[in-house]
Design a protein around this ligand. Structure first.
Ligand code: GDP
Ligand code: MN
Length: 389
């Protein structure tokens, strides 16, 4: 089934007047940006876009995180490009890198092998750490403790359309937990065993299928899986003993048929997590923590290259209902090569409110403000804008 049929509808159609929208109270929320000093250019590009299309009106704060130290150039430049408060935090070794319980040599060897196999980012140790951090730790960082919601921002992202309403407030009002704008298929070789563990978590905890779960499943084969010929890829094999082992160690993923599980097969679909608006208390819940622990203990963050996107997505599939997930189909977004263009963009472009932050700016300020944003308006320059050519 199409993503659009599975998920809910837009919160708001067309453009709101941001001056009126921002009269309302804000949510307890922040942007979260994980980055390195060397990514400053890409970060600034993202900030310009976020500010230009949303935060110039709403002024949500930013939290920047890094496993190293941000230098003063990075911090100064960031501060110059945002209209709100910014905090910079360091990630310590309790949230980044190999944990004590893992045999570092085994893990490093696992990563090396993925490099040899030319798996995307497979041989890059820091990428594995990043994925694990975004899967099980970012929401535990001390700078995020005071927030209920987060909106993830990465270097080199771009918003095409003005976002003239407060997505956090609308999510809160509609009892949403997780929001996405793009769903794509994962590279199989990065997650050969991920579904076994997600599925095992579901079974061990007696979670009967949520109505979101089937979004992540290939259509069922005609016959029950254990009645299929043994050489059929969907034949149900008995679960190996060690699949549920919880003792410390890396390399505990059994080398067995990676996909069939109770007759179910992962379709590789996942919400693309570089854009994400979500409730932090969901990540902080016991259920999510247990899910993360089980996934983590398998060693899949090293012995395979599990991304935080399929982790978040499968956790949602196990723990959330369709009604708790919001599809931001109205948000035009691009990161590197993948983009989402909203269907109602043209109408929004035409009804666009004036580029004014508040009515309190005097004439001179307004002109300055306009010039400032026009300069950043790259979309206008190449004629893309909300029209998404
Ligand atoms: P891709 O989008 O999957 O190609 O991965 P990215 O290279 O964009 O990384 C995802 C996010 O994690 C981005 O926000 C990066 O800035 C950040 N990131 C990746 N690796 C590291 C790292 O080693 N240290 C820090 N501080 N951030 C990282
Ligand atoms: Mn990226």
């Amino acid at each position: 089934r199409k993503i659009s049929e599975k998920h809910d509808k837009v919160f708001v159609t067309g453009c709101q007047d941001p001056a009126l929208e921002t009269n309302q109270p804000r949510a307890n929320a922040a942007f979260v940006v994980l980055a390195r000093n060397k990514e400053l250019e890409g970060v600034l590009q993202s900030l310009k876009s976020v500010e230009r299309h949303f935060n110039r009106w709403f002024h949500y704060p930013y939290v920047f995180l890094n496993d190293g130290d941000f230098n003063s150039t990075f911090k100064d430049e960031v501060r110059k490009h945002v209209s709100s408060n910014v905090e910079f935090g360091k990630i310590d070794s309790s949230m980044w890198g190999f944990p004590d319980w893992v045999d570092h040599n085994v893990a490093k060897e696992g990563i090396r092998k993925q490099g040899d196999a030319a798996i995307m980012y497979g041989g890059m140790e820091s990428y594995h750490h990043m994925c694990r951090f975004y899967s099980g730790f970012f929401y535990k960082h001390e700078l995020l403790q005071k927030y209920d919601w987060y909106w993830r921002v990465e270097p080199e992202i771009k918003y095409f359309c003005d976002i003239t309403y407060d997505p956090f407030i609308h999510m809160e009002r509609n009892n949403k937990v997780y929001g996405f704008t793009i769903a794509v298929k994962e590279l199989k070789e990065t997650v050969p065993n991920i579904f076994r563990y997600a599925s095992a978590y579901k079974r061990v905890n007696n979670i009967t299928s949520t109505n979101l779960w089937d979004m992540f499943l290939e259509p069922k084969p005609e016959k029950p899986a254990d009645e299929l010929p043994k050489d059929d890829p969907k034949y149900k094999k008995p679960l190996p003993e060690d699949i549920l082992r919880t003792e410390p160690g890396a390399g505990t993923i059994p080398d067995v048929d990676p996909e069939s599980m109770e007759g179910e097969t992962y379709n590789m679909c996942h919400y693309w997590s570089n854009f994400e608006i979500a409730r932090l208390d969901w990540f902080r819940s016991k259920e999510y923590e247990d899910f993360f622990q089980m996934m983590d203990r398998s060693g899949g963050f090293w012995m395979e290259r599990w991304g935080d996107a399929p982790i978040h997505s499968l956790a949602a599939g196990v723990l959330l209902n369709v009604s708790q997930v919001h599809y931001f189909r109205d948000i035009g977004y691009r990161h590197t090569t993948i983009a989402h263009c909203p269907a109602n963009a043209k109408a929004r472009q035409q009804n666009r409110p004036p580029y004014l932050e508040t009515t309190t700016l005097d004439e001179k300020k307004r002109i300055e403000e306009d010039a400032y944003w026009e300069e950043w308006d790259e979309e206008k320059e190449n004629g893309v804008g909300c029209r998404c050519r």
